[in-house]
Design a protein around this ligand. Structure first.
Ligand SMILES: [Zn+2]
Length: 245
């Protein structure tokens, strides 16, 4: 049986039988992995407390041929987030990001940009929990972008003319459009939200969080509604968790 080693972020766990767990994690070198940790719920076990959601681990696992589930062999904690387990809004936000990573990532396909972006978002929200909402917006925009679902922010989705300083509209297909191409249909995207969307392209999630502190609440709400619509369209349903914003 081939053995692999990778850094990974635990997204979810489920109990299995009496003493085992199924662990879903996003790994650096193999993308989304589902694995069985045998005996991990026994009092004495080789995994210790390493299999808590949102822990960053170094994972060694076996892969069996033709099986989607891998077997966890050894886990070493690189970063525990146990200190945040009492913060309900952070846990909801983390679960939301974890759910979206599971929904958007095809199993066993490494995506280094996605992995690094996700890690930076978990890190930024852990370091500065008060910036959680902004970090979630950043995460949504980048997740859409890296998976190829973000509408073009620079040019009209219909006539492909680059936006300059004009008003930008949201088309029925959720692409961004110029005034002429919307024919008066579809809502305008406010200049502030448009500016925030463009800002995500330039900053790290931590810096974006800082920047958003000065942004009015109405703008934050409008941005959250827009990203939620875009995510919902990809999933063809609403996300199971909606963090308050
Ligand atoms: Zn146009």
């Amino acid at each position: 049986m081939p053995v692999f080693e990778t850094e990974a972020l635990i997204l979810r766990t489920y109990n299995l039988a009496e003493a085992d767990k199924i662990v879903v994690c996003l790994s650096r070198s193999a993308g989304l992995i589902r694995g069985v940790a045998k005996g991990c719920r026994k009092l004495k076990n080789r995994f210790g407390a390493a299999l808590e959601p949102f822990t960053l681990i170094n994972l060694t696992y076996y892969e069996k041929e033709n099986r989607e589930l891998v077997s966890f062999r050894q886990v070493e904690i690189l970063k525990s987030r146990f200190n945040l387990s009492a913060n309900a809004s952070i846990l909801t936000g983390f679960s939301y990001m974890g759910d979206l990573l599971v929904d958007f990532s095809p199993p066993h396909q490494a995506n280094d940009n996605l992995y690094r972006m996700a890690l930076a978002c978990f890190e930024a929200a852990s370091e500065t929990p008060e910036d959680l909402d902004a970090v979630l917006r950043y995460f949504e925009v980048w997740l859409l972008k890296l998976e190829g679902f973000l509408p073009d922010l620079r040019a009209c989705g219909n006539c492909h003319r680059a936006f300059s300083d004009e008003a930008v509209y949201l088309g029925a297909d959720l692409s961004l459009r110029c005034l002429e191409c919307t024919n008066g249909k579809g809502g305008a995207v406010s200049k502030r939200v448009y500016a925030q969307l463009r800002t995500t392209e330039k900053l790290s999630p931590a810096k974006f969080g800082e920047e958003m502190r000065e942004v009015p609440k109405a703008t934050k709400r409008e941005m959250a509604e827009l990203t939620f619509k875009l995510i919902g369209r990809v999933l063809e349903r609403l996300p199971r968790i909606r963090p308050a914003s």
